[in-house]
Ligand binder design. Structure first.
Ligand code: PLP
Length: 395
C-alpha cells in the first residue's frame, strides 16, 4: 500500500523523463503527452530554455522570502503588466491561491471604497476554481464540497451563458462576477465572446468587478496570451497559474491599479509566492510565449487539430459526439464513458485528461508540431476502432 493519501485516481504509469511532447517510462516506452500535466507543461518537457533558466537560478539563489526585493519577481510582474490590462501582480504558488487572492482583492476593493457589505461573487454552474475552502465554494460542485462542512458562504451560482440570470443574481451585496472564459474541468465549455462583453458592461453598470479565472486557458493556450483578448474586453482582476511556470509551481493574480491600490502591506501574503526559482522559470516561459509568431503557431496548430478532430468525429460518430474548445485547449465530448476513452487512448500511447460533461481534454504542449498532431490523430482513430470492437464483442 502506498503511503500517499489516496485522493487521486492515478494510472499505473510512472515516467522517468520527458522530451518535448513525449513522456518516457523507465522501461523506455514513449507516450505522446496531450495532457501536459493538465495544461501545465506549456513548452513541453525539458525545454532547454527553461532548464537553463532554472539551473542558472538554482546555482545562484533559491529563496529569500518577500521580506526583501526580488528582482526577477519585479521583472515578471512588469512583463505581465505590459502584456495585459493589469497594473499590479501578486505571485502565489498555485491556481487556487491565485483565485483566492482574486476573491480577497475583490472583497477588499469594495470594503475600502465604502461598501463592505459587497462581498458576494456570482459564479457559474460547472465551474472549477480550485480545492481550497473558498475556491471550492466558488465552483459549487457537490462532489467536491461533500463532507467538508458548510461551504464558505457568499457565492451565487447561475447557469453558464445566461446574462439575465447573472443580472438577477446581482444584489446589494454583490462584489463581482467570477468566470473562466473557457471552462476546463467543467468540460471545455467556452462562453461566447459576446457573453464576456455583456458581463463587462453589466459589471460596469452595477459598479462591481469582473474577475476572470484564466488558470487553465491563459498563457497562450487559446492562441492569444489571455483567452479574454478574443472578446476584446478586459477584466478588473485575473488569476493565472499552470502554464506560467511551465511545470514549476507558480500562480499569479493580476489586477488594475484601482483594485491593487487597496491591497496594502499586510493585507495578503505567501511565504513561497514569487520566489527566485519560480520567477526565473516564469520569465523564461514568457521569453518563448511572447516571441513573435509563437501565439500564431498555437492558433494554427489549434485549428489544424480541431479540423482533424471534427473529421474523426464524423468517422466515429458512435464514439465522439462533439468537438469543443479553442486553440490548443480542445475537448471531445464522448458517447462512451470518457474514462474508457482516456484508457483506450492511453493504450495507444496518447495521454489525455478527463473533464466534466463526459469530455476528454486534449491539451498538447504549445510547442506541438504538425507531425505530433498527425500522430495523435492516428492514435485517436485507433482508440475509437478499439472501443467500437470492444462494444461489438460485448453486444
Ligand atoms: N482554476 C482553474 C480554471 C483550474 O483549471 C484549476 C486547476 O485545474 C484551478 C483553478 C486550481 O489550480 P491548482 O490546482 O493549481 O490549485
Amino acid at each position: 500500500m502506498s503511503a500517499v493519501l489516496p485522493t487521486y485516481a492515478r494510472s499505473d504509469l510512472a515516467f522517468d523523463r520527458g522530451e518535448g511532447a513525449y513522456l518516457v517510462t523507465d522501461k523506455g516506452d514513449r507516450y505522446l503527452d496531450f495532457s501536459s500535466g493538465i495544461a501545465v507543461t506549456a513548452l513541453g518537457h525539458a525545454h532547454p530554455h527553461l532548464v537553463k533558466a532554472l539551473t542558472e537560478q538554482a546555482n545562484k539563489l533559491w529563496h529569500v522570502s518577500n521580506l526583501h526585493r526580488i528582482p526577477e519577481q519585479e521583472r515578471l510582474a512588469q512583463r505581465l503588466v505590459q502584456a495585459s490590462f493589469a497594473d499590479r501582480v501578486f505571485f502565489a504558488n498555485s491556481g487556487a491561491e491565485a483565485v483566492e487572492c482574486a476573491i480577497k482583492a475583490t472583497r477588499r476593493y469594495h470594503a475600502e471604497n465604502g461598501a463592505p457589505e459587497r462581498y458576494r461573487l456570482v459564479t457559474f454552474a460547472g465551474a472549477f476554481h480550485g480545492r481550497t475552502l473558498a475556491t471550492m465554494a466558488a465552483g459549487g460542485q457537490a462532489k467536491h464540497l461533500q463532507g467538508f462542512g458548510p461551504p464558505v458562504p457568499a457565492f451565487d451560482q447561475v447557469p453558464l451563458g445566461d446574462i439575465e440570470a447573472v443580472e438577477s443574481a446581482i444584489g446589494d451585496e454583490t462584489a463581482g462576477v467570477l468566470i473562466e472564459p473557457i471552462m476546463g474541468e467543467g468540460g471545455m465549455r467556452a462562453v461566447s465572446w459576446r457573453f464576456l462583453q455583456d458581463l463587462r458592461a453589466l459589471c460596469d453598470d452595477k459598479g462591481i468587478l469582473l474577475v476572470l479565472d484564466e488558470v487553465q486557458c491563459g498563457i497562450g493556450r487559446t492562441g492569444r496570451l489571455f483567452a479574454h483578448e478574443w472578446a476584446g474586453s478586459t477584466p478588473d482582476v485575473m488569476a493565472v497559474a499552470k502554464g506560467l511556470g511551465g511545470g514549476f509551481p507558480v500562480g499569479a493574480c493580476l489586477m488594475t491599479e484601482a483594485v491593487g491600490s487597496v491591497m496594502t502591506a499586510g493585507s495578503h501574503g505567501s511565504t513561497f509566492g514569487g520566489n527566485p526559482l519560480a520567477m526565473a522559470v516564469g520569465n523564461a516561459v514568457l521569453d518563448v510565449v511572447l516571441e513573435p509568431g509563437f501565439l500564431d503557431h498555437i492558433a494554427q496548430m489549434g485549428l489544424k487539430l480541431k479540423q482533424r478532430l471534427v473529421g474523426l468525429k464524423d468517422e466515429h460518430n458512435a464514439i465522439i459526439e462533439e468537438v469543443r474548445g479553442e486553440g490548443l485547449m480542445l475537448g471531445l465530448r464522448c458517447k462512451v464513458p470518457n474514462q474508457d476513452m482516456v484508457r483506450a487512448l492511453r493504450d495507444q500511447r496518447l495521454l489525455t485528461v478527463v473533464a466534466g460533461d463526459n469530455v476528454v481534454r486534449l491539451l498538447p504542449p504549445l510547442i506541438v508540431g504538425e507531425e505530433e498532431i498527425d500522430l495523435a490523430c492516428v492514435r485517436i482513430d485507433a482508440a475509437c476502432v478499439a472501443l467500437k470492437s470492444d462494444a461489438l464483442a460485448q453486444a
